[in-house]
Design a protein around this ligand. Structure first.
Ligand SMILES: *Cc1c(COP(=O)(O)O)cnc(C)c1O
Length: 303
């Protein structure tokens, strides 16, 4: 099926060691697994979560994929692009009224041939909608929002196998649905601690994520740090933007304001406040997502 050459190349993933006075002072090592390097559109963890769904669509002889997302969704645009490359059709269900002007993410998804359909937030939550879509599009494989689900987890279980992750005592990642984190927990050593930084505001969500994680892994060596969501999904402030610009200046690591900016901010803050013992060695998963920065005003980020 995968006859295109412009799909992500996992060989481009590298591990980058951060040389940083603050880390040295705290005697903590921090390396970054640069999944953002694999592709510009199907970036980072989205490729891992999508791969098995694409294969499944092919195996079942489906004509295309139908999935869900918001106006800035990395998953949506990655799906649109991957489907185009794989010769599949794609339908994107957007949880909003149709906006008068499309975000860069929506424009791109459209240009990759995705059929965009807009639903109000109320309809979108409706289980009925899913059934309806399955009936209307029997030739399409339905993927939950963000690539959530068993095949997404299976794909995420490959992330730690790209490079040796054995030297690390801790592995940190951003958490949206929690799918990537489950894959990481399931393949980490039992002596390693996995720390997830949820990018959504806690409240009801925290239990939902914790339940989803607990149902899909038998390990208990993980925790969620809820203090770094900056007010909620896609919320930001000057401090976060300043941090992202600094991280880029000092370490040449570009981050996005929805996921990885908050992840790195959380990782650095935890080290700074003495959360980790000395000689801790952390692997931070850079899960990509840089396309989302295009919704920021020009010039706000220096990269
Ligand atoms: C989607 C996304 C995540 C969240 O992944 P989940 O598996 O939904 O938790 C993290 N980082 C980036 C860059 C993403 O695009």
């Amino acid at each position: 099926m995968i006859h295109s050459t412009d799909l992500p190349d996992i060989r481009k993933v590298c591990i980058q060691t951060l040389e940083d006075p603050m880390l040295q002072k705290n005697k903590v090592g921090m390396d970054v697994l640069r999944l953002d390097k694999i592709h510009t559109v199907i970036s980072g963890n989205k490729w891992f979560k999508l791969r098995y769904y694409l294969m499944d669509a092919d195996r079942q002889g489906k004509k295309g994929i139908i999935t869900f997302g918001g106006a800035y969704s990395n998953h949506l645009v990655a799906t649109a692009y991957a489907c185009k490359q794989a010769g599949l059709s794609s339908i994107g269900i957007i949880r909003a009224e149709e906006p008068p002007s499309y975000s860069p993410t929506l424009k791109d998804s459209l240009s990759y041939g995705m059929n965009l359909q807009f639903y109000s937030r109320l309809d979108y939550k409706n289980q009925q909608l899913i059934l309806q879509l399955q009936q209307s599009y029997p030739d399409f494989l339905l993927i939950e929002e963000g690539g959530r689900g068993q095949l997404g987890i299976k794909g995420a279980e490959e992330i730690l196998h790209i490079q040796s992750s054995h030297p690390y005592t801790h592995i940190m990642c951003a958490v949206g649905t929690g799918t990537m984190m489950i894959g990481i927990i399931n393949t980490a050593l039992s002596i390693q601690q996995i720390i997830g930084i949820p990018v959504l505001k806690i409240k009801n969500n925290s239990q939902e994520i914790a339940d989803y994680v607990n149902h899909n892994t038998s390990s208990k060596n993980f925790s969620l740090q809820h203090d770094f969501h900056f007010g909620g999904y896609a919320k930001k402030n000057d401090e976060l933007i300043r941090f992202m610009n600094n991280l880029y200046h000092e370490h040449s690591i570009p981050t996005d304001f929805v996921y990885t900016g908050k992840l790195f901010y959380g990782a650095m803050k935890l080290v700074e406040k003495g959360f980790f013992e000395t000689r801790t060695n952390i692997l931070v998963i850079h899960s990509g997502g840089l396309q989302g920065n295009r919704s920021l005003p020009e010039g706000m980020l220096h990269f």
